[in-house]
Design a protein around this ligand. Structure first.
Ligand code: NAD
Length: 294
C-alpha cells in the first residue's frame, strides 16, 4: 500500500520555523500583518478565514480581515487593496473568492503590490514566475512543490503529469516544475486520453476538481500521486480527485485529501508574509522563503 504523504508535518516544520523568527522580530518591535480581503458570504470562504486566523494566532502574525460583504463594488475592493498595498504595516494581502458578480480576480489582483501578493493573484506575479524572477507563486501550486521537496521526491529530469490548467494551480505548477528541471505534461478537460497523459509519469498531480477522476488505470506502478482536488461527496464529506483505495494499491506514495497540500498552502501564505520577497541586492536578514526564488 502507498505511503501517505501527509501535509501536516510539512506545515508544522514551516510553522515552528516561523514562530521562532516571529518571536525574534517581535522582540525587535517588528510586527507582521496579513490582510484578508473578503467580499462574499460564502461559508467555505468564512471557514478558510478562520483557519488563517488560527494559524496567525499560533505563530504571532497579525491577521486582519476586511469584510466588505457580498454587495461590495469592484471599486470598493480595489480601493482597499490599493490602500493596503501602500500601507507599510501590511506585509501580505489575500483576496478571497468568490467575488461579487462583475468583479474578477485577475482584474483586482493587479491592485495587490507584487511584494505583498502572497497568494500570487497579481498577473504581474505570474509574469515574474514565467521569467524566472523572484515572485510569489499561487500558494497551492507552491505547496505541491514544497510537499514533494519535504518528502525528497526528485523532480529534475523526471516525467511529471499535472491534471488541470487553471491560473491558480495547473499553470503556475507547470512553471514551478519546469524551473526545477522536471519534464512536465499538462492534461485538462479536453485531453483525449487522460490515462496516456498520466500513466507513465513518475509523479501525478491531480488538480481538476473532479471526485474520483484519477483511478488505478491512470497511474504507473510505483509512482507518486499528489491530490489537490477539493470536492464534496453525496454525504457532504471532503474528497479529492483521486480514488484513494485503488490508486493506493498501485502508487508508491499518495498525498491525500483531506490531510495533504491544504495545510501546506496555509503555512506558505504565512511564510511569504513573514519573509517577503528575497532582496535581489543582498543578504536577507531572515532566511529567504524557499520556493520564492525561481
Ligand atoms: P478550476 O475549475 O479552475 O480548473 C480545473 C481544471 O481541471 C481545468 O483546467 C480543467 O481543464 C481541468 N479538468 C476538469 N475536468 C477534467 C477532466 N475530466 N479531465 C482532465 N482535466 C479536467 O479549478 P482550480 O481552481 O484549478 O482547482 C482545482 C482543484 O483544486 C479544485 O478541486 C479546487 O477546489 C482545488 N483547490 C485546492 C486548494 C487547496 O489548498 N487544497 C487550493 C485551490 C484549489
Amino acid at each position: 500500500n502507498a505511503r501517505v504523504l501527509s501535509g501536516r508535518p510539512v506545515a508544522a516544520a514551516i510553522q515552528s520555523q516561523l514562530s521562532a523568527d516571529i518571536d525574534e522580530l517581535l522582540r525587535q518591535g517588528k510586527k507582521r500583518q496579513l490582510l484578508i480581503v473578503a467580499a462574499t458570504d460564502d461559508p467555505s470562504s468564512a471557514s478558510y478565514v478562520r483557519t488563517l486566523q488560527r494559524f496567525g494566532g499560533q505563530t504571532g502574525v497579525t491577521v486582519t480581515v476586511a469584510d466588505l460583504g457580498p454587495d461590495a463594488s469592484e471599486i470598493d475592493i480595489r480601493t482597499v487593496l490599493e490602500t493596503a498595498s501602500a500601507d507599510e504595516n501590511v506585509h501580505g494581502i489575500i483576496l478571497q473568492t468568490p467575488l461579487p458578480d462583475g468583479a474578477s480576480i485577475s482584474g483586482l489582483g493587479s491592485a495587490i503590490a507584487v511584494e505583498k501578493d502572497v497568494d500570487g493573484a497579481n498577473p504581474a506575479s505570474l509574469t515574474r514566475l514565467l521569467a524566472g524572477e523572484a515572485c510569489f507563486a499561487p500558494a497551492t501550486a507552491a505547496a505541491v512543490v514544497e510537499l514533494l521537496d519535504h518528502y525528497e521526491v526528485g523532480l529534475a529530469g523526471r516525467p511529471i503529469s499535472v491534471v488541470g490548467r487553471s491560473l491558480v494551480v495547473g499553470k503556475p505548477l507547470l512553471h514551478l516544475l519546469l524551473n526545477r528541471d522536471a519534464t512536465v505534461t499538462v492534461a485538462h478537460s479536453r485531453t483525449a486520453d487522460l490515462a496516456a497523459a498520466t500513466g507513465t509519469a513518475a509523479v501525478v498531480v491531480a488538480a481538476a476538481g473532479r471526485a474520483g477522476l484519477i483511478r488505478a488505470a491512470h497511474v504507473a506502478q510505483g509512482s507518486v500521486v499528489i491530490d489537490v482536488g477539493t470536492n464534496f461527496d453525496d454525504a457532504g464529506a471532503l474528497v479529492g480527485d483521486v480514488e484513494a483505495g485503488s490508486v493506493g494499491a498501485v502508487a508508491a506514495a499518495l498525498s491525500p485529501v483531506p490531510g495533504g497540500v491544504g495545510a501546506v498552502t496555509t503555512a506558505l501564505l504565512f511564510r511569504n508574509t513573514v519573509y517577503g520577497l528575497p532582496d535581489p541586492s543582498g543578504s536577507p536578514s531572515l532566511p529567504a522563503a524557499a520556493g520564492a526564488v525561481l
